[in-house]
Design a protein around this ligand. Structure first.
Ligand code: CTP
Ligand code: CA
Length: 227
């Protein structure tokens, strides 16, 4: 019911959102993940849908229900998230990369459960870097059919400085910054929007309110971005 009262600022637009953590397998029963609950990404997907967009949500493992009217693709690893995004990104107007993507994966995860041994030996895990999904999409943004890109960054310190630098490094027009321990698993948050003109603080509110504000800010910026 509430949805029908939201202004349809994204009517006719296709929006691709990633959300949640990724899970990098060590063996069939164990893996490495992070503290992302998916709440902010799901709120963004919901707010985009309320604003009239057609929304695809590529989600890592979460305990959240799919927002009404949103098409959800479930993935586990960063590589799977990358593949799902690259398969659906062409023709999208906006890509909002909210997921907390694991930076590293375990090389050659075991196909059987690793057993504890009597001598106390520990597994010798080796890592390699995952593809940067957002940077890959952003590198194509000037090509026909590729979207306007929005990134998220959770920093533990120096948010103003790191946020502005990360936006430039990723080559994206808009980056949303938040302080990691203030957001993971929480229902509300404070966010800072970084764009080419500097930064704007959106004061503490619940994640759906912030997501609606973000969608409004994105809708004002995408008119100049042609598909
Ligand atoms: N991201 C991504 N793929 C990755 C890593 C990050 O798409 N392999 C996206 C995230 O979804 C987020 C943005 O990039 O929108 C910033 O993620 P963040 O972890 O803050 O930045 P990194 O470039 O990974 O730098 P670092 O973790 O070292 O701060
Ligand atoms: Ca990272």
């Amino acid at each position: 019911l509430v949805a029908s009262f939201q202004p349809k600022v994204l009517a006719g637009k296709r929006i691709l959102v990633t959300a949640g953590p990724t899970f990098e397998a060590i063996d069939p029963v164990r893996g490495i993940t992070n503290l992302s609950s998916g709440k902010m990404g799901y709120a963004v997907a919901r707010a985009a849908r309320e604003a009239g967009a057609e929304v695809i949500l590529v989600s890592g493992p979460t305990a959240l229900p799919t927002p009404f009217g949103v098409q959800r693709l479930n993935v586990q690893s960063a590589q799977q998230m990358h593949d799902a995004v690259m398969a659906s990104v062409h023709g999208q107007h906006v890509f909002i990369s909210v997921a907390a993507v694991a930076d590293w994966r375990v090389v050659n995860p075991s196909t059987q459960k690793v057993k504890k041994t009597a001598d106390g030996a520990v597994p010798d895990l080796k890592f390699e870097q995952n593809p940067d999904i957002l940077a890959t999409v952003a590198a194509r943004t000037s090509l026909a059919g590729y979207p306007y890109c929005v990134g998220f960054a959770a920093e533990s310190e120096n948010l103003l400085e790191y946020g502005a630098a990360k936006r430039e490094k990723k080559g994206i027009p808009l980056l949303v910054g938040n302080i990691g321990h203030h957001t993971f698993g929480q229902d509300d948050n404070t966010i800072i929007l970084f764009d080419e003109n500097g930064h704007t603080i959106l004061p503490r509110a619940d994640k759906l309110t912030l997501a609606r504000q973000l969608i409004s800010e994105i809708s004002k910026r995408i008119d100049k971005h042609s598909l």
